[in-house]
Design a binder for this molecule. Structure first.
Ligand code: SF4
Ligand code: SF4
Length: 429
C-alpha cells in the first residue's frame, strides 16, 4: 500500500492496493528465508518472504484467486520485518504485506470467530478506557485469588489470552516505578515527547513513567501529550485501513503542535509505526509535511540516553537482550541498548542465540495465530534459559508479556524486564 489515501480496498484490484512496483525489487535470491520465523518453523516456501511476495504478485496479476490457502499464508506472516534486514535488494516487505492485508480484509469473507476476535482487538485495544473496563472482571478475579483457576478452566484460546496479561493488581506490579534521586528536570533541555501507547497505558504504564524519568535525568525536557491516540499499528497490521488512518492523522495533528524535537515510545511497534507516518500520508495534501516531520523525529530511549552520556551506579547482574522486531528491523536499533547496558558497572551482558528472532508476540498475532506464536515463544524461552542470565531485557511491552507468560509456564527464574524499568532499577542501585 503506497499510502493511506487508498482507504477503501474493497472492489479495487489488488494491483491498486498493494504497491505493485515494489514487488519487482525482489530478485528471488532466498537470502531472507533463514531470517523468517515462519519459514524456520514450517520449512514451507509459501510461508517464507519470497513465497509470500510471489503470492502477492500472482494475486496482483490475476494468476491466483484470493482463496483460503492464500489468505492462510498471508495471515501466518508475523509482520516482523526480519526479512527486510536480511534482504540485500532492499525489498520493502512491510509495505507489501500491509497492502496485501488491507486487500484481504476488504475482499475475503472471514469466519464469525475470526471476525469476532478481530473486532475485539480493533474496537477495544486501541482505546485505554474500553480496555480498562474489559479487564475489570479479571482484576476482580485476581483480588479474590481465582484468576489462575479461571485461566486453566477457560476453553479454547481464552485461557491463553488471559495468561498473557500481567498481574493487574498494582500491589503485585513488579515494575519499579518509584523514583530515584536525580537532578531536577531541566526546563531548557531538548524537548521530547513520550508517546504512551494504548494497551501499554493500561498494562505497563510504569515503563512510560520510567522512560520519562530517565530522559529527564539525561537532561531532556519531557513535554506531556495533550491527548494520546493509539499509533494505528494494531489496525494497520490487521488490514483495517480506515481506522488506522483516522488514528494516524489524529496523532500527527497532536504531535505537530507539541514542539518536540524527538518522539519516543516504550513500545517499539509504536515507534516503528510513527516512523512510517511520512510514507503512509505521502499523498495527503493537508498532513503530508507534518507526517514527514513527525517521522523524522522518532527516536529511541537507548539512542537518546547514549547521546546524553547518562551514567549509572554499580549494578552487578547478568543480562541478556532480546531484540524487539520493530526496533531492530523497523528502526535499525541494535547496538544502542547493548552499549547502554554494557556501560553499567558490574553488569555482564551475554548474547542469546537468535536474539532477533520474533518471540511470537507481533502486535496482536499471539491472539489471532496462537499456535505459531506459542511455538516461537517456546523457542525464545529456550534460548533465554540457555544463557543463565538473571534478566532478559527488551524494549517492547508485547514481547515482555509474551516471554513472561512462557517463562512463567516453565517455572524459569529469569526476570523479564523492559529496558526503561531495568535502567530505573539500575539507577536506584
Ligand atoms: S515479516 Fe517476518 S514472518 Fe513475515 S515474511 Fe518477513 S520475516 Fe517472515
Ligand atoms: S525478499 Fe530480498 S532476500 Fe528475499 S528473496 Fe526477495 S530479494 Fe532475496
Amino acid at each position: 500500500m503506497s499510502d493511506l489515501q487508498s482507504s477503501s480496498a474493497a472492489a479495487r484490484p489488488v494491483r491498486n492496493v498493494v504497491d505493485y512496483e515494489l514487488l519487482f525489487d525482489c530478485v528471488h535470491c532466498g537470502l531472507c528465508l533463514e531470517a523468517c520465523p515462519t519459514y524456520i518453523l514450517t520449512r514451507r516456501e509459501m510461508d517464507s518472504p519470497r513465497g509470500r511476495i510471489y503470492l502477492i504478485k500472482a494475486l496482483a496479476e490475476g494468476r491466483v484467486d484470493l482463496d483460503r490457502d492464500v489468505v492462510r499464508h498471508l495471515d501466518l506472516c508475523l509482520g516482523c520485518r526480519g526479512c527486510e534486514t536480511a534482504c540485500p535488494s532492499g525489498v520493502h516487505y512491510g509495505r507489501l504485506i500491509e497492502g496485501a492485508r488491507a486487500y484481504v480484509e476488504a475482499n475475503h469473507p472471514r469466519s464469525l470467530y475470526d471476525r469476532a476476535q478481530r473486532w475485539v482487538i480493533s474496537a477495544i485495544f486501541p482505546y485505554p478506557e474500553r480496555l480498562r473496563r474489559l479487564l475489570w472482571p479479571v482484576q476482580l478475579l485476581e483480588n479474590v485469588g481465582a484468576r489462575a483457576l479461571v485461566e486453566r478452566a477457560l476453553p479454547g484460546k481464552l485461557g491463553a489470552w488471559l495468561s498473557l496479561l500481567p498481574p493487574l493488581n498494582s500491589a503485585q506490579d513488579n515494575h519499579p516505578a518509584a523514583p530515584w534521586p536525580t537532578a531536577k528536570p531541566r526546563a531548557d533541555g531538548p524537548p521530547v515527547i513520550v508517546h504512551r501507547g494504548c494497551v501499554a497505558q493500561v498494562l505497563t504504564n510504569a515503563e512510560n513513567r520510567n522512560t520519562e524519568r530517565l530522559l529527564e535525568a539525561a537532561g531532556y525536557k519531557v513535554i506531556p501529550m495533550a491527548r494520546t491516540h493509539c499509533c494505528g499499528a494494531l489496525d494497520l497490521h490487521l488490514g483495517n485501513v480506515e481506522q488506522s488512518s483516522r488514528l494516524i492523522r489524529a496523532n500527527v495533528r497532536e504531535l505537530k503542535q507539541s514542539g518536540a524535537e524527538a518522539i519516543v515510545s516504550a513500545g517499539s511497534g509504536c515507534s516503528a509505526a510513527m516512523a512510517e507516518y511520512g510514507t503512509l500520508l505521502a499523498n495527503d495534501p493537508e498532513l503530508k509535511s507534518d507526517a514527514q516531520s513527525v517521522s523524522s523525529k522518532v527516536s529511541d530511549l537507548s539512542r537518546l540516553l547514549l547521546e546524553s552520556g547518562l551514567s549509572f551506579p554499580k549494578f552487578p547482574c547478568t543480562v541478556t537482550y532480546h531484540d524487539a522486531c520493530h526496533l531492530r528491523h523497523g528502526l535499525g536499533v541494535r547496538d544502542e541498548p547493548r552499549k547502554l547496558l554494557s556501560s553499567i558497572p558490574g553488569l555482564r551482558l551475554v548474547e542469546m542465540q537468535e536474539s532477533d528472532l520474533c518471540c511470537g508476540s507481533a502486535g496482536s498475532y499471539n491472539l489471532t495465530e496462537s499456535a505459531m506464536a506459542a511455538d516461537l515463544a517456546r523457542r525464545k524461552a529456550e534460548n533465554i534459559i540457555a544463557t543463565g542470565a538473571d534478566y532478559v531485557v527488551l524494549s517492547n511491552p508485547g514481547c515482555e508479556l509474551q516471554i513472561t507468560a512462557e517463562l512463567r509456564r516453565r517455572g524459569a527464574g529469569t526476570k523479564v524486564i523492559h529496558l526503561a524499568d531495568f535502567l530505573a532499577l539500575a539507577m536506584r542501585g
